[in-house]
Design a protein around this ligand. Structure first.
Ligand SMILES: Nc1nc2c(ncn2[C@@H]2O[C@H](COP(=O)(O)OP(=O)(O)OP(=O)(O)O)[C@@H](O)[C@H]2O)c(=O)[nH]1
Ligand SMILES: [Mg+2]
Length: 532
């Protein structure tokens, strides 16, 4: 049983994978229905293909049993005028295939088996079924359970009974199997030749209206035997049993795959198409990432990092006053606001509404779900993550910022050197101040050395020292600031890039991950439905 999509086993394997894929995105019921078909097809294929099963089906009293008896030339299944007559399926099978048919007939729950020696119909097991329309509703249940397992159907009608809404419903359900479906208009003996033509044409028209494009109609009379030879020949010439079975099973498999495909918005005519066009997906992702980055505020983060580095530099290498201010800021909490990257990142929620991330994400989900049938939309939306979107986004951002702000603020060996110089300069400054105080107290009685500065002339030594130490301290502070600023910027750039990358990755992988999972499931289903 090879077909376009490889051996049946392989095609069924893809169908089973599609069932799992459907279940993984919340479409368990659709998957279960498909699995039932896959099992049935595999089971039937397992019984082998030497003999195909053809069932005579139709309303009560149309002459199903009579047609079988006429084909057999003996009474296989009692035909009576009381209705309904046949309560359980009866099989008429070639005697030499009887044994190998045992398991198959058992699966079909056919207990009543009559064998024949005829050569003509040696690759078909003909089943006479109970009716589909009598007061015995269990008859109909029997037929409904059996029909999907049958390889070919011959639908029997009589001149009185061929326009029943129940029959039409059956015909429509058999449309995919039209190639293995034929019709018998029985009791032709009750009509004039002219009426036979009228009724047969009318029946054909109704069948075409039911979706069967070229119905094969046999006009017979079971009691008179007219048309029976033609029907027997047609059945004998129906083709190889193997082919009939294979095409039946393939039809079932393909229909099940296509139906599953429709539940995830796949159209057999269009082929595979993602729910969300890649460019829309990209745009929504970009919007969500931008929104998340706004909340995280990379510029603010950079300021915090630079502030933290500056703080550390001041403590290590600041002037006396600078260190005092830095230490003071640690205690007053000012540093927490201006130089604590970790706390700043953790507080991302305070910087705006999550809608900036959620809205594009939700829009993407709604756009994607727009391509789904209403019956599965809700469940697939859940699989897309619609219900957990807010929590997912919060988790993505929390995870992206977690730890990123716990920085090891680098210490430069330059800072303690500057710090030591600041101590020396500070000491000189103190010395100069003290000297000036002494001079002041002495009231001019003490001679004082001077240094001569260009343009300014002689300057008292303490004043010169004071000025120089203030200038040098400022210069050292400036160098410290420059250096710390440089380190801070580098550090901030690194942290910013890491956080940005983590946000990007988190949004793409986690927030939009539902779309990936649903799309992956759809691809598996598309492969099963040969939509590659
Ligand atoms: N006139 C005429 N009567 C027929 C013909 N075929 C069957 N009958 C009669 O129709 C009645 C019902 O025939 P069955 O063969 O039992 O019909 P059935 O479709 O098997 O009916 P159920 O088993 O109840 O579903 C019997 O009385 C038959 O004799 C026919 O070609 N011409
Ligand atoms: Mg019958």
């Amino acid at each position: 049983m090879n077909g376009e999509g490889g051996p049946l086993d392989e095609r069924l394997g893809r169908l089973r994978a599609a069932v799992d894929a459907a279940a993984s995105i919340g479409l368990e019921a659709e998957g279960a229905r498909t699995r039932t078909v896959a099992r049935r097809v595999a089971r039937r294929a397992g019984f082998g293909g030497a003999v195909y099963v053809m069932a005579l089906a139709g309303g009560t009293g149309v002459g199903k049993s009579s047609v079988l008896n006429a084909l057999a030339g003996e009474e296989v299944s009692p035909a009576k005028s009381v209705r309904p007559t046949t309560d359980a399926p009866v099989a008429w099978v070639p005697a030499d295939k009887r044994d190998e048919l045992d398991a198959l007939l058992d699966w079909l729950k056919v207990g009543s088996i009559v064998t024949h020696e005829g050569r003509e119909l040696d690759d078909v097991a003909i089943l006479d079924l109970p009716d589909i329309d009598s007061v015995r509703v269990e008859h109909r249940a029997t037929v409904d359970a059996l029909l999907p397992r049958i390889d070919a159907v011959t639908w029997v009608v009589d001149p009185e009974k061929y326009d029943d809404h129940r029959e039409h419903a059956y015909w429509r359900s058999l449309v995919p199997h039209a190639d293995r479906l034929r019709f018998v208009l029985n009791k032709a003996d009750r009509l004039t030749d002219a009426d036979v033509k009228v009724v047969a044409d009318d029946l054909r028209a109704r069948l075409i209206a039911s979706g069967i494009p070229r119905p094969e109609v046999h006009v017979v009379s079971a009691v008179r035997g007219t048309g029976i030879d033609g029907l027997r020949e047609a059945l004998a010439d129906a083709g190889h049993a193997k082919v009939i079975i294979a095409t039946k099973l393939e039809t079932d498999r393909a229909a099940a795959a296509e139906r599953l495909g429709r539940s995830v918005g796949l159209d057999a005519d269009e082929g595979y198409r993602p729910l969300l066009a890649p460019e829309d997906r990209e745009r929504r992702t970009r919007e969500a990432i931008d929104g998340a980055l706004e909340l995280v505020d990379l510029d603010g983060l950079a300021r915090q990092v630079r502030g933290a580095v500056m703080h550390r530099a001041r403590i290590g290498g600041g002037s006396f006053l600078g260190r005092l201010i830095a230490l003071g800021s640690s205690f007053t909490g000012r540093r927490g606001r201006r130089a604590d990257p970790a706390a700043y990142l953790r507080a991302w929620r305070s910087r705006g509404a999550m809608g900036r991330v959620l809205n594009p994400l939700r829009a993407a989900m709604v756009e994607a779900a727009g391509g789904l049938p209403a019956s599965s939309r809700g469940r697939v939306l859940t699989a897309l993550g619609a219900l957990s979107a807010e929590a997912d986004v919060a988790r993505v951002i929390d995870r992206a910022v977690a730890g990123a702000g716990e920085l090891e603020i680098p210490r430069s060996p330059l800072w303690p050197v500057i710090g030591a110089l600041q101590v020396v300069v500070g000491a000189v400054l103190l010395f100069a101040v003290a000297w000036m105080v002494v001079l002041f107290v002495a009231g001019g009685g003490v001679p004082v050395a001077t240094v001569s500065a260009p343009l300014l002339g002689p300057i008292p030594m303490p004043l010169a020292l004071l000025t120089a130490s203030v200038l040098i301290s400022a210069l050292l502070g400036w160098i410290l600031g420059l250096h710390a600023g440089w380190i801070g910027r580098r550090l901030a750039a690194g942290v910013g890039a890491r956080v940005e990358e983590a946000i990007r990755e988190g949004v793409v992988r986690d927030a939009f991950g539902g779309l990936d999972r649903v799309e992956e499931a759809r691809r598996v289903i598309a492969a099963a439905a040969d939509l590659g």
